[in-house]
Ligand binder design. Structure first.
Ligand code: ZN
Length: 473
């Protein structure tokens, strides 16, 4: 789940403006039988526990069973788990088309983050409907999207729909942190023929943003930042704690960390963030709007960038960021330290590189005694260009559901399985149709929930999306 886009540009005066700018009205619902089926599937998936210790195979098999009952052929519904990871199952279904163009791959992950019942006000592994909400682990990340996608496939099949190009859907394992058998990585590296496509539509990101109850805009995720971690290390001779001298690994590291704290990476724009700032400018008042427009210029207005950087979220859109997240040092209360270490966690802009970031860290530290090492090579995730073709196609679906709502290309600051498919050379777009409040942030947290009405609408939206994307762009 990566909905950490620029959403909270957050100025309080938005209400009046955005009511005019976008539609506040509810969108259409699916036919009653499909609405009921989607809710049944949603309940089934939420109540199958898919945390890391349990795995996703039971959920993948439940989906396979429904696809077979829905008329998909045996050979087109593949359950597959990596060797040595029988609980980390994936299911891939192929919906044959008229053979026009290259296939489109829809992605949804099945795993969820752990939830402790004692932290919740309801049982996290039951779907509870209360006061217009569905509560449960995975309701927003992302069994809602899985249920909507599966229901769309079943409905299209029942209606006898034949897509222009092949539609592949993969319901996969291990997207969330800590996974050791990531489904898309496994499928792309070992069974590429099952999932090879010209385009990926991932329902794990994107989606609608409510502010003060108004439908402000819908995001289409076209890129995400790249995760990379460095370790800083200092050493000193050590000795008895009663005889401190000038060399001390902890002080050296601490002084270096202060310089990292002050380090601001250069402003870097991408096609996505430019488009995003321009569209958000239409929704913002006065100075903020002018600054968003000015920073989207080429070259960007750096004083506008400076003002916008006061917002944590906008700052993360404007540059690579690095932050100290762990620190350790010394070995005994009464001894001088021999070693100190800090972890520096960076989120790079899509065009940035680990070498460049390392160079900037080293020059900010300005102390050759502090060693800087890269923990692991990053999984590079190139931007999928926000082309007129994809934006027009996606906007047509959005307009059919929620007239007047603008579509905003987004760079997520977190990461998703898109990094696997983008790294494999397939342009990938996040196109969830779920609406959540800009201030609500319960994914991975307690009392995760989605609106009942919003869930039903997302079912109808996903059906229209699958249909539209199965046409060549
Ligand atoms: Zn997710």
């Amino acid at each position: 789940m990566v909905r950490l886009g620029p959403a909270s540009v957050a100025v309080s005066v938005l209400l009046a403006m955005s009511s005019a700018a976008s539609g506040a009205t509810a969108g259409p619902l699916p036919p009653p039988a499909d609405q009921a089926l989607a809710r049944t599937i949603f309940k089934e998936l939420v109540e199958i526990r898919t945390t890391h210790d349990v795995g996703s195979s039971t959920a993948a098999r439940a989906i396979a069973r429904r696809l077979l009952e829905g008329g998909f052929a045996d050979r087109d519904v593949i359950f597959i788990a990596p060797d040595g990871h029988p609980t980390k199952g994936n299911v891939v279904v192929r919906y044959h088309g008229r053979g026009q163009g290259q296939p489109v791959l829809f992605l949804g992950h099945l795993d969820v983050v752990e939830a402790h019942p004692e932290d919740w006000s309801v049982d996290p592994f039951k779907l509870t409907e209360k006061d217009g909400w569905f509560y449960g682990r995975g309701t927003i990340d992302m069994k809602d999207g899985d249920a909507a996608l599966l229901e769309a496939l079943l409905r299209l099949k029942r209606e006898g729909f034949v897509p222009e190009r092949e539609v592949i859907a993969a319901f996969t394992a291990d997207e969330e942190a800590g996974g050791d058998a990531n489904g898309p990585a496994f499928l792309l590296s070992k069974h590429r023929e099952l999932v090879d496509a010209a385009l990926v539509v991932n329902l794990d990101g994107g989606g609608g943003v409510y502010r003060n109850g108004v439908r402000e805009y819908l995001e289409i995720g076209t890129s995400e930042k790249t995760y990379v971690t460095f370790t800083l290390e200092t050493t000193s001779p050590g000795g008895h704690g009663s005889l401190p001298g000038p060399e001390n690994a902890i002080y050296e590291l601490a002084h270096g960390l202060e310089r990292i704290e002050a380090l601001k990476f250069p402003v870097m724009l991408t096609a996505t963030t430019r488009a995003s700032f321009r569209r958000l400018a239409d929704l913002e008042p006065g100075r903020q709007s002018a600054d968003l427009r000015a920073v989207a210029n080429d070259p960007p207005d750096l004083s506008a960038a400076e003002r916008l950087s006061a917002s944590v979220r906008l700052n993360a859109q404007l540059r690579t960021t690095c932050v100290a997240t762990l620190v350790s040092g010394g070995h005994a209360e009464n001894a001088l330290p021999q070693r100190a270490r800090a972890t520096i966690q960076c989120r790079m802009m899509p065009r940035d590189t680990a070498d460049h970031v390392r160079t900037l860290l080293v020059s900010a530290l300005a102390d050759p005694r502090i060693r800087v090492s890269l923990d692991a090579p990053p999984i590079v995730s190139p931007e999928s260009p926000p082309t007129p073709a994809i934006l027009t196609k996606a906007a047509s679906v959005v307009q059919s559901m929620w007239p007047g709502v603008p579509l905003v290309p987004t760079m997520a600051t977190g990461f998703s399985d898109d990094r696997q498919t983008r790294n494999a050379g397939i342009p990938s777009y996040d196109l969830s149709g779920m609406w959540i409040d800009a201030e609500e942030n319960r994914a991975h947290g307690r009392d995760e929930r989605v609106g009942v009405r919003e869930f039903d609408e997302s079912v109808e939206y996903t059906y229209r999306l699958v249909k539209a994307m199965s046409d060549d762009l």
